[in-house]
Design a protein around this ligand. Structure first.
Ligand code: NAD
Ligand code: UFG
Length: 340
């Protein structure tokens, strides 16, 4: 494989894993990231893993001149678009920032792509577009009913991509709806490094395990689930980025597709099951207490991953054990994330 891929948000959690995979698959990369939620150290780590240093442009997607300069300097064949703000709670208190950054940033990117005549895009959507599902597993044709501004930005972007696709020939577009990405690269050199108190389960659990936090707060044990705690479809981040490569290859060889595809494993795992698996991996107890439900939380959801398997020939291969082992390796090697 050859060609230059522009990776927006490439120093972030999922984007950095995609960069490693794309380099290993023979692509040249240009990363654009404004580092609002990541560190430039990630570029060093990508080089350490792959032996190749990707081009890194520190720029904001809202800066159209910077985008034009990238497209002028590099023969970009396709874009993987990870850049965005992603904290659900924060999106409720700062909706304008979320729409401005996520929707506005995507519009700037698409307009720059149009000017540069680059028409292939893989976009990071989210299972959050489904809101509270009527039933599980969730298929792609389930209704989209986001329950927070972050999720709404993903729906708006999916709709913009559909309108663009209908407006002119040539666009090859894939919206990948992630379920719950966890884990880290097997090297332990890149992983999830949230700033401040983690919102998500696995970074919190692993910070408890390395002694940075006293105990996990489990948000509710009275859901109608296997043990009363919330159930999610956790997917290893390296499986997730494999799905991106499969989507890119599909777009490269197809007509003008517009895809909306779930990337999940199709298996629900509860909070307490995840904690028990992590305890096995790290060989110690994870102290926790049951507290009130988190406002806005959904009791349970998991993917129907059939479409990804049929269209992209992709399915996740790694289980909860690998997710825990790789999270633990990353967390133990980098207790302070990229700052340590
Ligand atoms: P992340 O925050 O680690 O990475 C996003 C990157 O985008 C960061 O490096 C940030 O600095 C950059 N960025 C944000 N706004 C930017 C802008 N205006 N210009 C340039 N760079 C900007 O998040 P992640 O977990 O890697 O998520 C990647 C994508 O996947 C996001 O779009 C997110 O919404 C989506 N997603 C993530 C999850 C998850 O649980 N991690 C689930 C579903 C969907
Ligand atoms: N949980 C706890 N304690 C914590 C953190 C989480 O008990 O400290 C529980 C939650 O209540 C939930 C489960 O762990 O039952 C998973 O919670 P996460 O916050 O890790 O994940 P969510 O499914 O709530 O949300 C994440 C992203 C969203 C995205 C969604 C689907 O934050 O942006 O996955 O992809 F939309």
């Amino acid at each position: 494989m050859s060609g230059t891929i522009l990776v927006t948000g490439g120093t972030g959690y999922v984007g950095s894993h995609a960069c490693v995979l794309l380099i290993e698959a023979g692509y040249e990369l240009v990363i654009i990231d404004n580092l609002v939620n990541s560190s430039s150290v990630v570029v060093d780590r990508i080089e350490q893993i792959t032996g190749i240093r990707p081009t890194f442009v520190q720029a904001d997607l809202l800066d159209e001149a910077a985008l034009d300069a990238v497209f002028q300097r590099h023969a970009v064949a396709a874009v993987m678009h990870f850049a965005g703000l992603k904290a659900v709670g924060e999106s409720a208190s700062r909706p304008l920032d979320y729409y401005h950054n996520n929707v506005g940033g995507t519009l700037c990117l698409l307009r720059a792509m149009q000017r540069a005549q680059v028409n292939t895009l893989v976009f990071s959507s989210s299972a959050t577009v489904y809101g509270e599902p009527e039933s599980n597993p969730i298929r792609e044709d389930s209704p989209r009913l986001a329950t927070n501004p972050y999720g709404q930005t993903k729906i708006v972007i999916e709709d913009i991509l559909a309108d663009l696709h209908a407006s002119e020939n040539g666009w090859k577009l894939a919206c990948l709806r992630y379920f719950n990405p966890v884990g880290a690269h097997i090297s332990g050199l890149i992983g999830e490094a949230p700033g401040g108190v983690p919102n998500n389960l696995m970074p919190f659990v692993s910070q408890v395990a390395v002694g940075q936090r006293d105990k996990l707060r489990v948000f509710g044990d009275d859901y109608p689930t296997v043990d009363g705690t919330g159930v999610r479809d956790y997917i290893h981040v390296t499986d997730l980025v494999d799905g991106h490569l499969a989507a890119l290859r599909y777009l490269e060889k197809s007509g003008d597709p517009l895809l909306n595809v779930n990337l999940g494993r199709g298996e629900g795992v509860s909070v307490l099951q995840m904690v028990a698996a992590f305890e096995q991996t790290c060989g110690q107890k994870i102290p926790y207490e049951i507290v009130e439900r988190r406002p806005g939380d959904i009791s349970q959801f998991w993917a129907d991953p059939t479409l990804a398997s049929e269209i992209l020939g992709w399915q996740a291969t790694q289980g909860v054990e690998e997710m825990c082992a790789d999270t633990w390796r990353w967390q133990s090697m980098n207790p302070q994330g990229y700052g340590g």
